[in-house]
Design a protein around this ligand. Sequence first.
Ligand SMILES: [Zn+2]
Length: 297
Amino acid sequence: MSRRIGLSVIVLVMVLALAVPALAQAGPDAAGPVNIVMDFQWIRQGQVGIVRVNGADVEEVRAVFQERVFHFYPDGSGFTGLISASMERDVGAYVMQVWIKYADGTSERVDESIQVNYGEFGRSDVTLPPSLMPLLEQDVNQNELDRLANVFTRFTPERYWDTGFVLPSGNEQIGWFGAYRLYNGTYWYQHTGLDMRMPIGTSINAAASGRVILSELLPIRGGYVLIDHGWGIYTGYAHMSERFVVPGEWVRQGDVLGLSGNNGRSSGAHLHWEVIVGGEWVDPLAFLNLSAVASAE
Ligand SMILES: [Zn+2]
């Protein structure tokens, strides 16, 4: 009897001796575990969710969501990532792969499911004068989008903004993010920003501190200023009649970037303000409500 127990103990020890090193080698979370916290239960199309990763010896965090790479940024005790859901992708459950690299060189991947719900986008009809009809051509639109997408692939790990984000103008809001617009009864485009009605020549203020990346005349956006705020966040200001800033220039929140106008693919004097997070257009008003970027008041 006692001999049988003794044999069992020996076999058990042998099994453990074989198993433990194997586990340690394959153990992806040898340096973990990490804590992944999402500050949302689901997000809408065209909106942003905040993800925080905390854990000992975490050196770098990235996530892949809807085939885009999102860089996380050191934020005090851990890492913060702003995950944007495309306004153009279907609703449903998507896997977010979180890649964590540890100081000892090991890494692991943790999968989280994120539910994307309907953006509740409106629709409207827009009539442009015949002179602007060439701006409805698909390749004109695509060339401009490609140009901007190329800019958005740059990720600035520093955080340039300090006191949060605010609207660049207090004027009346007349056009909503994500709206499906039928131009001249022919072309459908989804609205990438928020429109505010204002007389030509109204001062346009920087929504937050950052660095000017573009200041030029684009076919569709007209006089356009684009600011890099760091952390993969950009804000764009379109249809401006005058621009007072140049690429490379640093601006503070509230600085006058230029004057509003009515150029590019515009059917009336207004400012088109757009926010880009992780390479996706996001709802500017929802973005302003995010705790990570809310204005400190
Ligand atoms: Zn617009």
